[in-house]
Each structure stands twice: as C-alpha cells, then as structure tokens.
Design a protein around this ligand. Structure first.
Ligand SMILES: *Cc1c(COP(=O)(O)O)cnc(C)c1O
Length: 220
C-alpha cells in the first residue's frame, strides 16, 4: 500500500467511527526497512516514524533529520534501562514504558537533558510471558509511580497476541485508559489499524502495509 492509501484508509475508519481524521496519528514503523523506502515516505511529506531499537534509530535518523525538518521519532520497541541516555536524546515519545526501574531511569535522564518526553505505558493485555508491558493489574501502581515522579504519562500502548482477534484487547486498553484519565492510545498495526481506530486508537503503528516486507527480518 502507498502512503496515500494508508492515509485514506485511516480517514475512512475515522469517518466510520465518527471521529475527526486529525484524531489519529500514523506512526510509520520503519524497523528493518531500507533507507530508500524511508526516503520515499519522507519525500511524500510524512514526518512521524517509529523505531524499535535505539541503535538503529541512532544510526539512521540524525542525517535524515538534518535533511527533513520536523521529523519525529517514537520509540515503539522494548527499551533497556542502560540505553535511556541515547533514547532521550534521539526519541520524541516513548511508547514502551513498562517498569518502575525504567520510569526512574527515564525521569532522571530527562531531567539531566532538560528534555521531557511524553510516555505511554505498555500494557501486556494478553499477559504473554515473552512480551513486554505491565499486566493490567500492575498498571495502576506503575501509573501512580510515574505521576508522583512527574513523568509525563499521556497514554497506553498494547500489542495484542498474534493469533487472537484484537478487539477485546483494544477494548480493554481503552477502558484502562479511561479509568486512569489518560487520553492517548497507541494500538493497531498493519493488520488491524482500522479496528484499533474503532476502539479509539490515537496512534496507529504501521510498518509492512506501508513499506512492504521488512528487509531485515531480524530487526523484528
Ligand atoms: C513492527 C511493529 C509494528 C508494525 O508492524 P506491522 O505489522 O509491520 O505494521 C508496530 N508496533 C510495534 C511495536 C512493532 O514492533
């Protein structure tokens, strides 16, 4: 799919849900994609990207940022505590906050760099052992901890289990966000972004539908 096609599908899903198109941001998930395919999307005017790894983001984005003003990079992959310095330098938003330890490290680093990044707490809605995120039960205590530490938590993020219908996970994330009074929902990928929009997604993270199959499957 081309960028205009993905955008028009997002707009159609917004219309169907009675939401303004401006209420959903397309985060172009560029992990494992070639520079050529990223350039193509940049040249069409897109500026919001999601990266999974600090190293790949650091390698790739500083020169592209210099050339394309207005680029924003969101961290959508698991973030290790020992990478927070680089992460706070290179990212604009963190979607994958999932522990007190990471929250404290981010808070300290943001203070050091005088750079406050909005954060999303990742919720492991399917409670899968191999997946990042807090369980729905653990969410409230992490949220309170962040609030007390003045870490700006603006939303929740989830990646539903691969082989399940995502609806119940999206609905759960929506409900959890309402309960906490946070407004942003990062959910929906290539296969299900329209469904996510129906359940209130404000950020859809779309990779393969936009760029095609990833060159570097290991980056997944
Ligand atoms: C890779 C990835 C995406 C994009 O997945 P596609 O199925 O290629 O659209 C979205 N979110 C996260 C966290 C990812 O790791």
């Amino acid at each position: 799919m081309s960028l205009p096609e993905v955008k028009s599908r997002i707009e159609a899903a917004c219309r169907a849900a009675g939401r303004p198109a401006s209420s959903v941001s397309l985060v172009a998930a560029s992990k494992g994609q070639s520079l050529d395919s990223i350039w193509e999307v940049l040249d069409q005017g897109h500026r919001l990207f999601g990266e999974n790894r600090v190293q790949e983001a650091e390698r790739r984005w500083p020169p592209l940022r210099a050339k394309y003003p207005g680029v924003k990079i969101h961290c959508i992959g698991h973030l290790q505590t020992n990478k927070v310095r680089e992460a706070v330098q290179i990212f604009d938003v963190i979607h994958t906050l999932d522990s007190v330890r990471l929250a404290d490290a981010l808070q300290e680093e943001m203070e050091k760099q005088s750079r406050k990044l909005p954060c999303f707490i990742q919720v492991n809605t399917g409670e899968e052992p191999q997946k990042g995120g807090v369980t729905p039960k653990e969410l409230e205590s992490l949220f309170r901890h962040c609030r007390d530490a003045h870490l700006p938590v603006e939303g929740l993020m989830c990646i539903p289990p691969h082989h399940e219908i995502p609806d119940t996970h999206f609905a759960l994330l929506h409900k959890l966000a309402q309960g906490l009074g946070v407004k942003q929902l990062s959910m929906g990928m290539s296969a299900d972004f329209e469904t996510a929009i129906r359940y209130g997604a404000t950020h859809v993270r779309v990779g393969t539908a936009l760029f095609g199959i990833r060159e570097n499957a290991k980056a997944v």
